[in-house]
Design a protein around this ligand. Structure first.
Ligand code: VAH
Length: 312
């Protein structure tokens, strides 16, 4: 049985769908702080606040999950508006899950980190697994601290906790909220709704990105990998593609020639994006568990527009 905490979010909701397909709907328990807008047929859903340790413990005891995915978090842009809340949710939510997983013998835990753990003095190109990491967003600080905790709990308690430093993840099923990379999601929605988009990041802002299908496949491949193959117990660098708002708008124009992009200045998210790398090196993921992305900007754009056309 698998319990997903934070199953309503952009990644949680699609991991839940993939896990239901893989293990059957009766073996997946989804949970979040509020009811989901819609549920899959026969989906088992529970309300939970990951900061309520007794309630999380109750779910662990009731469902006896062999795996727990903790996807509940506050992302970078929202985190800058509520830094104390972001720290509390991202850190104490993780600590609750790590402690309960050790106490109750959960076999495997997944926790998402982010390229936000890198900062202004990290190498911008071909950013390695190990380097200077001086994140200056509360989200990035909480993810860096979280990675250290995961590695500590693995070494001290032999907890099989696994993690990926996601780039910006792009998907069409949910309109994600609160991320700095979310311009690359909204641009597709706006391209179809209004034929135009105003980007809050400048046209040359290059960021590492990953299509949701690749993010989900990479996560399941990591979780399926033999434990003795994993040399990283903080969090794995994972790369898909890197592009700028200019690149993505030109790719959209190949399909929607009349699409127009414009740019705002001085959005607070620009400073967050400028502190992050442009291109990530993911040699460890490729070596340890055979990671390889399958979508690039062209194939992702085709897939996004095709799917959004049928939903918008
Ligand atoms: C954010 N989408 O923008 C998330 C992610 C690397 C970006 O962490 O905050």
């Amino acid at each position: 049985r698998i319990l997903i905490l934070g199953a309503n979010g952009q990644i949680g909701s699609e991991l839940a769908a993939a896990l239901r397909l893989k293990f059957g709907v009766d073996n997946i328990i989804t949970s979040d702080i509020r009811e989901p807008r819609e549920r899959a047929e026969n989906e088992i859903f529970e309300l939970v606040n990951v900061l309520d340790k007794d309630r999380v413990k109750q779910l662990f005891e009731q469902y006896q999950p062999t795996q727990v995915y903790l996807l509940a978090a506050m992302l970078s842009a929202t985190g800058e508006q509520y830094p104390q809340k972001a720290w509390d949710l991202n850190m104490n939510g993780l600590l609750n899950v790590l402690d309960l997983a050790v106490d109750l013998g959960i076999k495997k835990v997944f926790w998402p980190s982010s390229i936000a753990v890198f900062g202004p003095h990290s190498p911008k190109v071909d950013t390695p697994q190990y380097c200077v990491m001086d994140p200056n967003s509360i989200y990035g600080i909480s993810k860096l601290a979280g990675e250290r905790l995961c590695e500590y709990y693995h070494k001290k308690y032999n907890l099989d906790v696994r993690s990926i430093r996601y780039p910006g993840v792009i998907s069409w099923k949910t309109e994600p909220g609160g991320g700095t990379t979310d311009y690359a999601v909204h641009i597709y929605f706006e391209a179809l709704r209004n034929g135009a988009y105003t980007s809050f990041l400048s046209e040359q802002t290059e960021l590492p990105m990953l299509y949701m299908q690749d993010a989900v496949r990479g996560t399941l491949e990591l979780m399926d990998a033999p434990a003795d193959k994993l040399s990283i117990r903080s969090s794995y660098n994972l790369a898909g593609m890197s592009f700028t708002p200019k690149d993505i708008s030109e790719e959209i124009q190949k399909i929607l020639p009349s699409f127009e992009i414009s740019y705002t200045e001085n959005d607070p998210r620009q400073a967050i994006a400028d502190s992050w790398p442009k291109r990530i090196n993911d040699d460890y993921a490729r070596k340890d568990w055979g990671w390889k992305p399958s979508f690039d900007l062209e194939t992702m754009t085709k897939d996004m527009i095709e799917n959004l056309k049928s939903t918008i």
